[in-house]
Ligand binder design. Sequence first.
Ligand SMILES: [Zn+2]
Length: 463
Amino acid sequence: MERSADMMEKVVSLCKRRGFVFPGSEIYGGFVGSFDYGPYGVELANNIKAAWWQAMVNRESNVVGLDSAIVTHPKVWEASGHVGGFSDPLVECKECNTRSRADHLLEEVGVFADEKMTVEEINTVFDSVRDKIVCPKCGQKNFGSVTKFNLLAKTNLGNFKDDWNADPTYLRGETCQGIYINFKNVLDSTRVKVPFGIAQIGKAFRNEIAPRQYIFRKREFEQMEMQMFVAPEAEMTVYEEWKKKRMQYYLDLGFKQENLRWHEHENLVFYAKAAFDIEYNFPFGFKEMEGVHARGDYDLTQHQKFSGVSMEYLDPYTNEKYIPHVVETSVGVDRTFLAVMTEFYDEDELGGEKRVVLRFPKKLAPIKVAVFPLLKNRPELVEKAKEVFALVSEHMRAEFDDNGNVGKRYRRQDEIGTPYCVTIDFDTLGEEKPEFKDTVTVRDRDTGEQVRVAITELIEYLK
Ligand SMILES: [Zn+2]
């Protein structure tokens, strides 16, 4: 489908209507930048995470998993540079006190501001077009000067002083720091040798001034990150390998090539060797989905400096000692979720009727199969359908549905992307046609075609 605001509205509305995504704290009027995954949303998000883990850990002989703490020693964030330099440019409207991201306001008048600009640089740019920039809340053009607002969220977890804010701990701003600080632990406790990777899925927190674009930019979000530790001279080779693998990953999932592209960072942070993003064609245009970065030895060197613990690796083959370099792949669960909803959303006509259908690949579909009794008020059909449901639910996520007529149930399952619907009818009971006894109708989501399958062969057929 063509990307547009209209499409975004359709996806957002479907997510709410069918229980994929709910606005956070809705009964209290909502809470900006927060969303809750509903019954089908949590299944889809879990499947996205499982697919990533399968590709990054299970299928890679030299990558292991980790689940590190969300709240760490505060020094971790000093070492990582987040306490000093992890900020967004903030500007306040003097008329209504609304705080906005200066770079977003500049973008709206066609001026590009880089996140790595200093406060002075961005103020110069802002002042040069100040007369064109209007406050998104009140429409006035009366702003203060641009300041830097730190994105790390503070917490008093484990801090019982009255003035905890002066000496805070932080909710992690990214999951990879938990990986760096466990580099030695993993090395000393497992069979791995450089080159090896550590993968982690988990929540991260950023105090975004203006969360926007639905679940694309949230304050509380989930990351899937993998850090590959490599010998310095191998960094760029490994980097190129992972670039290829990560693009192929999306193609294998069923994404169209035309909706994916590489974007090279124009301004690299000083320590990085290379940084490319995989951008996806979201309803609001191409935006970053995943980053693949060659980070040099910056991360481990910083933690060695701040902790006093050596991060050196002694290569058992060459006897060489070095601090490993890092190749990182980093993607958000929430961004992948929105990309998947966008990529597989479709509208078509089936049997002369218009429908909305999510053409999810089977491994991502929240529900793999729905089981229906043809009629709700015939106990013998319902009983048989419950038997079939019990059978298939042992093997895959299934749903039992006896609400409304079968046509309505098909539409409902199409809208949540269920690949197969199984109906138990009078033929299943073998009342009139004994040759059909203990067979069911299996209907395909994409074609609407129906076939008769014996219950004894059903699991094999669905798999
Ligand atoms: Zn204002």
